[in-house]
Ligand binder design. Structure first.
Ligand code: SF4
Length: 414
């Protein structure tokens, strides 16, 4: 038997701590689901989580479960199950894999964590359509299936300038959720508690942003592929002390690595921006492939999506409306173009890789001429690869690797 090939991926020491707090989180949800005195809410990943936490809901994020299905490569077992009940293979593959897994009564969490047998049963489903319509349709399916209320916020989309009237509309909708949440949770709304949780969420956001910004250093200490894993606490544990404490530890480690010029890619030659969704089932093989090419994928729109700088505990409703409306995915093409250009400058990017995710047009920004425009304004090459977040039938590894190699040769010749 041949020796197992040693991984080229450098270990991040904080990973053990992250795995522990994520495990604690899943066990917490499981306990809450079995405790008749606790209430569980399901929330979209950029939904009004802080409001739910202020009512003491244990909050489950189905998109996180979608990513777990993708990264454990189980998604393709379940997508056809949802297709069979009429949910198209062309719609969000988080939705189809999650719904398919539910129908089959399976979850990778049950294999990973002893004693967990399924997802926590919700008492309420709360969405924000700021990212896409799919999240609403996803929650509506569960609402019908489990006979649980689905309530939420219908957001604006494709916004350039964000105006007062946009924010007023969102504030109104956030406030409008409160009577239903009081009724379901059996608790009175507490503005001080809401402000406190907004404060905790803001602290988490500030630290996560600092973590990502350590990659301004050359060489960059954190790869995009590792960042997609380490952003887990910012997604599911924002609004808690645990997430804040974790990012302090991770930040310290990455600052030290940056100071010691200990890059994620040994001998970093090229710095790449990743635009679009991760390909969850291929994180490891992609990370190793880029390391072999001495190319560091070090910045992305995706990992920045959980930075909510504008949270302001002294004005929680308006600042929540602003923070969840000004995220990249909600904005128009001009805003997005400027955003990526600024990121490319900040991180000294040599080339931009666009991932055209078949089932997520909302997060595939190559479709309206953006790569071509950025090539002109930035004077750097771009590459578009076809794939998907979860549905690996849409991704050809061989073809993508050939295209990426040619792209790196192009960078070399520059
Ligand atoms: S933004 Fe894309 S990946 Fe996320 S829920 Fe919507 S369709 Fe799915």
């Amino acid at each position: 038997m041949g020796e197992e090939k040693k991984s080229l991926i450098k270990k991040i020491q904080s990973t053990g701590l992250m795995r522990k707090i994520m495990a604690d989180y899943f066990y917490f949800l499981d306990r809450a689901s079995k405790d008749e005195n606790s209430k569980v809410a399901w929330c979209t990943s950029v939904g009004p989580a802080e409001l739910l936490l202020s009512f003491d809901f244990a909050v489950h994020y189905p998109e996180n479960h979608g990513a777990v299905l993708g990264s454990t490569r189980k998604a393709n077992d379940y997508i056809p199950v949802a297709n069979a009940i009429g949910y198209s293979p062309d719609i969000c593959s988080y939705l189809t894999s999650d719904v398919g897994a539910y129908i089959r009564k399976e979850t990778p969490l049950a294999r990973a964590y002893e004693g967990i047998t399924g997802l926590p049963k919700p008492d309420v489903l709360v969405y924000n359509t700021n990212q896409c319509r799919d999240v609403q349709d996803w929650f509506m399916w569960y609402s019908r299936e489990l006979n649980v209320p689905a309530i939420g916020i219908t957001s604006y989309r494709d916004l350039g300038e964000i105006k007062k009237e946009h924010l007023d509309g969102i504030v109104y909708q956030i406030k409008d959720l409160i009577p239903r949440l009081e009724e379901i949770s059996g608790k009175k709304f507490d503005i001080d508690k809401f402000s406190h949780i907004m404060d905790l969420s803001k602290q988490c956001t500030v630290l996560w942003k600092k973590v990502l910004k350590t990659n301004e250093a050359v060489p960059a200490p954190l790869s995009f592929f590792d960042a997609t894993i380490h952003m887990g606490p910012a997604v599911v544990l924002r609004g808690s002390e645990v997430a804040i404490d974790y990012y302090k530890v991770l930040l310290k480690e990455l600052e030290e690595r940056a100071a010691n010029k200990d890059g994620a890619v040994e001998g970093e030659k090229y710095r790449i921006y990743w635009e679009g969704m991760p390909i969850w089932g291929k994180l490891r093989s992609m990370a190793e492939f880029f390391i072999e090419l001495k190319a560091a994928v070090i910045a992305s729109t995706y990992c920045n999506s959980w930075i909510f700088d504008d949270f302001d505990p002294s004005d929680p409703f308006l600042s929540m409306a602003r923070a969840y409306t000004q995220i990249f995915i909600v904005r128009d093409e001009n805003y997005k173009e400027h955003y990526i250009k600024d990121m490319a400058d900040l991180y000294k990017i040599d080339g931009i890789l666009f991932h055209d995710a078949k089932t997520c047009p909302n997060n595939s920004n190559n479709r309206y001429g953006m790569p071509e425009r950025l090539e002109k304004t930035l004077g750097i090459p771009t590459l578009t690869i076809n794939g998907d977040l979860n549905d690996l039938r849409c991704y050809s590894e061989e073809q993508s690797k050939t295209n990426i190699e040619a792209f790196i040769e192009q960078l070399e010749s520059k």
